[in-house]
Design a binder for this molecule. Structure first.
Ligand code: ATP
Ligand code: MG
Length: 670
């Protein structure tokens, strides 16, 4: 795909101008609430300071952390794109996330309110967390794990998962967390790629109202070639399910960890010591082992958590609903919030177990003040109905966040209205596994927010939009999102594959990090994410963003969710093909016909005739990754009648056969 027509996405183009006009109507900007602005952790002045001295700004943020040796050099960029941040500094990441809060007198503060899916709950203070992490660190040492050894973590959302990650960090053993919903195959690939020495898992976890097993997948994965270096499997008992046992290899967490000493002196590691490997969610292809290191990563996740979520550790209750198997769980459940001494909620299960109001019940129970989730969850809640959150007391909420996909303006407004009572700011945060921390986002006490836009790079972050020739596009135009300066929590490489690191991110444009996402700048210079570059459609010479067409469809009252792809077409290069989930009543209307035509007309009216979908296909479900992202490449396979690509990272691969079965009766075609 080329962007030689990139400017058609900009000024003068019927597609983006009309949609922007729609989205930017005066009443659709929201000033920060006065009180929040007055008490905000970060004010507009931070942008000025960072602009005047970017590295000085980050050096200052690094002082949020406790270093055993303070760094004197902020950035070594002598061998780009292999960055070294704070390289002569030394610190212990787990000490920063746990011990120092206890030493500062906050040992009695709750670190984690754990809520199990069956309704069991447990609150863990920082003092307790310190003891648990020390014991787990001693346990890993007893198993012979040493600094630099990799530990795979394959767990449900329970406190031991956080303890395990911090124990690894404490002894300098990089963890590789593999999402608990992944198959034995996916686990085996990741164990092999990282050459893990120990796997930490559990018998199972509770999901969707039942106990779902994990240990069998570990047993199966470890029977595959290339995983022989795994010496031990440590198993947390969560569900009490029967498990197969390999003597000599398998150990119960409660036997091993409970008998350890509660004392462990944290060792200081170099700032560039590897902290973790995390494989990207695999929306676009073979997962990449993204490597993050210690000092720069912790600096940025700590700062962004403080700035974007305006966390007040004494009074706030933070809840990020992501799974720890996803980067959002690493940065905004474990390292960001804990480094800031936050009190947070950790919830094990799904939002609809045992009922569709479960999340809102948890918000009410713990008086959550800051809530961070993904657009897919917001759209699901919209589909389930406004009356569900209305049954709960959500008045504790003061700030809402979104991450993972572009959030459709419609969903943004619903979120603010029905979860935030029309009061709370919504921060749409753009970032990636590779960036480690939030990069583009409003600041809740500063920015007047615009539904659907991530808006501005954070202080200290340099991002822009360029055309095919790497020229920065003017306001009002679209192209590729790039990051123009290194940032502290940037990936350092792809594990074991420096060349792939260079090729994937640093070869498309010279000296610029290519994020792989399309974006545009509006007339105010605010950034709008348009979806992955691979997903951008080329229709009769126009680049059309899947995100924009999806947002137009979702803006129609009959549509709950939409996924749009470009399918090869002899006349127009690509033809727009839309898969839509309809709201209940609308599905009936469809039987009488007419709705598909109406939707096509609706998109044409919102975005211009060029963006009118050629086919609209109502479906019951959309294929999604475990982190909730729509897998458009699979829908493209379907729309082009091709054999399906890799479906292993899908939540539910049967979704695809359902969609394929529907295809022959595909909506209207002209
Ligand atoms: P893979 O790289 O293996 O295909 P992935 O990109 O889905 O997987 P992540 O790193 O979890 O894995 O997701 C980052 C991507 O998610 C971004 O590149 C972007 O496409 C999308 N994204 C995240 N947050 C936002 C946001 N606020 N607005 C728009 N898109 C977002
Ligand atoms: Mg990606």
């Amino acid at each position: 795909m080329t962007w030689d027509t990139a400017h058609t996405l900009g000024k003068g183009d019927v597609v983006s101008n009309e949609s922007l006009a729609n989205l930017l109507r005066e009443e659709r900007r929201f000033e920060p609430p006065a009180q929040l602005a007055a008490d905000a952790n970060v004010t507009a002045e931070a942008y000025e300071r960072a602009k005047a001295d970017r590295l000085g700004f980050w050096a200052e943020q690094a002082r949020r952390l406790s270093w055993s040796t303070e760094p004197t050099e902020t950035l070594d960029w002598s061998n780009p794109p292999f960055a070294k941040w704070f390289k002569d500094g030394r610190l212990n990441v787990a000490y920063n996330c746990v011990d120092r809060h206890v030493e500062a007198g906050h040992g009695d503060r709750v670190a984690i309110h754990f809520e199990g899916e069956p309704g069991d709950s447990r609150s863990i203070t920082y003092a307790e967390l310190r003891r648990e992490v020390a014991k787990a660190a001693n346990a890993l040492l007893e198993l012979g794990v040493r600094a630099g050894d990799r530990v795979a973590v394959y767990m449900p959302m329970i406190p031991e998962t956080v303890v395990a990650m911090l124990a690894c960090a404490r002894i300098g053993a990089p963890h590789s967390v593999v999402f608990g919903g992944f198959s034995a195959d996916a686990l085996a690939t990741r164990v092999r790629d990282a050459d893990a020495r120990v796997v930490i898992t559990s018998d199972g976890g509770y999901r969707k109202g039942g106990a779902s097993a994990l240990k069998p997948a570990v047993d199966e994965a470890l029977s595959r070639p290339g995983t022989e270096n795994v010496r031990n499997v440590v198993v947390v008992r969560r569900t009490g399910q029967d498990v197969d046992w390999t003597e000599g290899r398998d150990l119960w967490w409660h036997d091993l960890v409970e008998r350890q000493s509660e004392e462990h002196t944290p060792e200081a590691f170099e700032a560039e010591h590897p902290l973790f490997i995390l494989y990207t969610s695999g929306t676009t292809g073979k997962p990449k082992g993204i490597l993050h290191t210690s000092g720069g990563y912790l600096t940025q996740v700590s700062y962004t958590h403080h700035a974007v979520f305006d966390l007040k550790p004494d009074t706030d209750v933070f809840w990020c609903t992501a799974d720890v198997g996803w980067v959002t769980g690493h940065s905004y459940i474990v390292y960001g919030p804990l480094s800031n001494g936050a009190t947070q909620v950790l919830y094990e299960g799904t939002p609809d177990s045992p009922h569709k109001g479960r999340w809102w019940e948890v918000v009410e129970k713990y008086k959550v003040t800051i809530f961070y989730t993904a657009p897919t969850a917001i759209r699901a809640a919209m589909k389930w109905g406004d009356d569900i959150p209305a049954k709960f007391d959500l008045s504790s909420l003061r700030l809402l966040g979104s991450v993972g996909e572009p959030i459709n303006p419609e969903a943004w407004i619903w979120y603010r209205q029905h979860i935030g009572a029309g009061r709370t700011p919504v921060v749409d945060t753009w970032w990636q596994t590779e960036t480690g921390g939030i990069m583009i986002s409003p600041l809740p006490g500063v920015t007047a927010t615009k539904p659907g836009s991530a808006q501005v790079p954070l202080p200290g972050i340099s991002a822009t939009v360029v055309d095919d020739e790497a020229r920065e596009v003017p306001d009002g135009a679209g192209g590729y999102l790039v990051l123009t300066e290194p940032w502290p929590s940037m990936l350092r490489t792809i594990w074991g594959d420096d060349q792939r690191y260079l090729d994937t991110y640093w070869s498309r444009f010279e000296n610029r990090y290519f994020a792989g996402d399309g974006a545009k700048k509006d007339d105010d210079g605010d950034i709008w994410l348009l979806g992955r570059v691979d997903d951008v459609m080329l229709v009769s010479g126009h680049n059309i963003s899947t995100t924009e067409v999806e947002s137009a469809l979702v803006a129609h009252p009959a549509v709950a969710e939409a996924a749009v792809v470009g399918a090869a077409d002899p006349q127009t290069t690509q033809a727009i093909c839309a898969f839509v989930i309809l709201r209940g009543a609308a599905a009936e209307e469809l039987e009488e016909g007419g709705l598909v035509d109406e939707l096509r007309a609706h998109v044409a009216k919102q975005l211009g005739p060029i963006a009118k979908p050629k086919r609209i296909l109502p479906v019951a479900e959309l294929p999604k990754t475990r982190s909730g992202k729509i897998m458009r490449r699979l829908l493209r396979d379907v729309a082009e009648n091709r054999e399906l690509g890799d479906v292993t990272t899908l939540t539910d691969s049967s979704v695809m056969s359902l969609i394929q079965q529907k295809l022959p009766s595909a909506g209207s075609e002209d």
